[in-house]
Write a protein that binds this ligand. Structure first.
Ligand code: GDP
Length: 386
């Protein structure tokens, strides 16, 4: 499906940059336009692929290009004040050619955390295309302010988008990795999953005699109904037609039964393995199973069995399935999109810690005010200058 990507804040911009790299590398063709919005000049300069003219600096009057320093209320104010600047870049998008908007932001910071929900609200008011969010949750070790920001932004963002796709940094961090190195790897993981999903709805149907190619309307229908979504992915390397086996035997090594079993087992692995937002799969309201890889290794029976298994797992009658043939790959993979999930322990925990952080912040502020008053109190013995 064709998307207009808008990255808000540093994480948002970097992930959009990575989406562009993925789209270029794989010939996915799902990025129609890419825009980055930020209140920090250096973050915009650091981007590699978002075209210069699509980089929008907001809040210059307030923060002079220095960012909002994790103040997401200020981030939201700036986005509202400068919405016309952002609209200026959106005006250059051929909107009639896109299927949806995707607004990407890290939820723990300031610019994206506050600005992304403001932009989503604006887009939904103006355009008929769905507006999706891709929200990135902070690591639990990032501290109270990031947790509080994320919890408040999450609450707001969910209400302002047609569906919020979520990626939890906390579930994906590795021990012993530098922050920058970690983000580079994590951003590739994000883009591999969401990129494959969106590219799946963009296949040129004339290229192959595909049995049941996924269409963008199936992705849109799975996401419609709103709420929160998560993605699972699993893949396996396969012998391709020009592998050693076929050159020795003249047989391409294809076995229908093995292909079916491989696909059904990959659907299970994708669903029960690490999701972008870990959750109880049974709580999903809708789902979509997409099988990717060389066309000869995809078969309808495998997808159908995987789809049925997911129906049983979720108890949902709304599980869709289809193919995304990728002829030059030596891997078969499955993407599982779970939409409308409601049993998400990480969100409960995030909200709980945020409430505690909010209370602590209020207490600390009250104590500081009291302490300052007492510091300056001279019992009326000393006059101020004026
Ligand atoms: P903003 O520029 O004020 O919107 O804030 P940032 O985007 O820098 O940071 C917000 C949050 O996003 C941080 O708390 C991190 O959890 C996360 N983050 C920052 N950079 C990246 C990145 O490159 N990738 C990922 N996955 N998360 C990031």
């Amino acid at each position: 499906m064709k998307l207009a990507l808008i990255g808000f804040g540093q994480a948002g911009g970097k992930v959009v940059d990575e989406f562009l790299a993925f789209d270029e590398r794989t010939g996915g063709g799902f990025v129609e336009s890419a825009i980055a919005v930020n209140s920090a000049t250096t973050d915009l300069k650091g981007l590699e692929r978002v075209p210069e003219r699509n980089r929008v600096l907001v809040g210059q009057a307030r923060v002079k290009g220095h960012g909002v320093g994790a103040d997401n209320e200020l981030g939201a104010e700036i986005a509202e004040a400068d919405i016309d600047e952002i609209q200026g870049a959106i005006d250059r998008i051929p909107v009639h050619e896109i299927d949806a908007f995707l607004v990407v932001a890290g939820m723990g910071g300031g610019t994206g955390s506050g600005g992304a929900p403001v932009l989503a609200k604006h887009l939904r008011r103006i355009y008929t295309q769905p507006v999706y969010g891709l929200g990135i949750l902070p690591g639990t070790d990032e501290g109270g302010i990031y947790t509080l920001n994320a919890a408040r932004s999450f609450r707001t963002f969910v209400d302002e988008v047609d569906n919020l796709l979520v990626f939890d940094n906390d579930a994906w961090r590795s021990a012993g990795e530098s922050v920058a190195g970690g983000y580079d790897r994590i951003n590739r993981e994000i883009v591999e999953r969401f990129g494959l999903l969106f590219a799946a709805g963009e296949i040129d149907q004339g290229d192959h005699v595909a049995e049941s190619v996924v269409d963008s309307s199936e992705i849109i229908n799975t996401l419609s109904g709103g709420g929160v979504s998560t993605i699972g992915y699993a893949s396996e390397t396969v012998e391709t037609d020009d592998g050693l086996l076929s050159s020795l035997t003249g047989d391409d090594g294809f076995d229908e039964g093995a292909a079916t079993n491989r696909l059904t087992s990959l659907v299970r692995k994708a669903t029960l393995g690490r999701l972008t937002l870990p959750c109880d799969v049974a709580s999903a309201d809708r789902g979509l199973v997409v099988a990717t890889g060389p066309p000869s290794r995809l078969n309808r029976k495998g997808v159908e069995r995987g789809r049925q298994w997911l129906e049983d797992e979720t108890g949902s009658m709304e599980i869709r399935g289809g193919d995304y043939p990728l002829p030059d790959r030596s891997e078969v993979g499955t993407i599982v999109l779970l939409s409308g999930v409601t049993d998400v322990p990480r969100i409960d925990q995030l909200q709980q810690v945020a409430i505690e952080a909010q209370e602590t912040t209020e207490d600390v502020r009250a104590q500081a005010d009291e302490a300052f008053t007492s510091l300056m109190d001279t019992g009326g013995e000393l006059d101020a200058l004026f």
